[in-house]
Write a protein that binds this ligand. Structure first.
Ligand SMILES: [Zn+2]
Length: 292
């Protein structure tokens, strides 16, 4: 749809195929207040409902656009790293469809190999390594490629002495890779520990939704863990928890604001302020420890 096409510069991530996270059409119904919003207005307002502030999910590439600086000439001021890493099918996993076929379909549709993008760029003038998970690729699930790319992102940050920012959006570990998905949690955590030893800041940004093995590892290991308003953040889903503890859950359970109140998060930051706030925090963190 032409309303969603941006006229400017080419992007590292292709954008063909259907879009599940961004509603198409002229008018969009807000899931927060049920009001009907003009989609152009939504686009102008960072995909935030102008009436109730509900944050619609955004694409990985919009997120990258939003967080990284652009060159003066309208050129991309950043580049994508490790684009060639591609998942394999070590368990020959098959349910209704083989994992291999499923992967191939996602890769064809989204024009990317797996569910995370790693970028080298600047944020408010400060060189950073940024990783952004792509929820549209198999629900942002973490298999060996996501694990490896986030680890490589941490290692690039270490090598270049830059802060690391990871934006999570994930349903958790990818079951089709079994134990190999689970071991990514330990691998990434170890890489983050090396970053910490080197006194380089790591900021985790949790967006809607961040669950499962991603919450249980790198999404909660930031020097700062910040989230967008109203994001679903948790390990297991609310239904599983209710059935386990046999109690009904409080209002707003597993949403950003609830987690902030309970001390799981450091900040809840509205989308328009995300970049400036992170950049400001990084300046506070970094006196002499990083590249500039
Ligand atoms: Zn609304």
């Amino acid at each position: 749809m032409p309303w969603f096409k941006k006229a400017k510069k080419p992007k590292p991530i292709r954008r063909d195929g259907p879009r599940s996270t961004v509603p198409e059409g002229l008018w969009v119904k807000c899931q927060g207040c049920k009001e009907i919003i003009y989609s152009k207005e939504l686009k102008r307002s960072f995909r935030i409902c102008p009436k109730c502030g509900y944050h619609f999910r955004i694409e990985a590439e919009e997120r990258i656009d939003l967080l990284l600086d652009h060159g003066d000439d309208g050129e991309m001021g950043f580049r994508e790293l490790f684009v060639d890493l591609s998942p394999t099918d070590p368990l020959s996993f098959e349910d209704t469809k083989s994992y291999k076929d499923r992967l191939a379909a996602y890769q064809r549709r989204l024009g990317t190999r797996d569910a995370v993008h790693v970028l080298d760029g600047t944020m408010g003038g400060l060189p950073v390594i940024l990783a952004v998970m792509n929820y549209r690729f198999m629900g942002g699930s973490m298999g060996s490629v996501v694990g490896e790319k986030v680890t490589l992102a941490a290692e690039a940050a270490l090598e270049q002495r830059r802060p690391l920012i990871v934006v999570s959006a994930s349903g958790g570990a990818r079951m089709q890779e079994g134990i190999l998905s689970l071991m990514q949690m330990a691998k990434i955590s170890a890489a983050l520990a090396r970053l910490r030893q080197a006194r380089l800041p790591y900021i985790s940004v949790l967006t809607d939704p961040t669950t499962g093995g991603v919450t249980a590892s790198f999404a909660m290991l930031g020097d700062l863990n910040v989230a967008e308003p109203g994001a679903l953040i948790g390990f297991a889903g609310p239904r599983v928890i209710e059935q386990t503890i046999r109690e009904s859950l409080p209002d707003g359970f597993q949403r950003s604001e609830f987690l902030l109140e309970k001390g799981f998060l450091d900040m809840v930051i509205p989308r328009p302020e995300l970049k400036a706030t992170i950049a400001r925090c990084l300046r506070h963190f970094t006196a002499s420890s990083i590249a500039s």
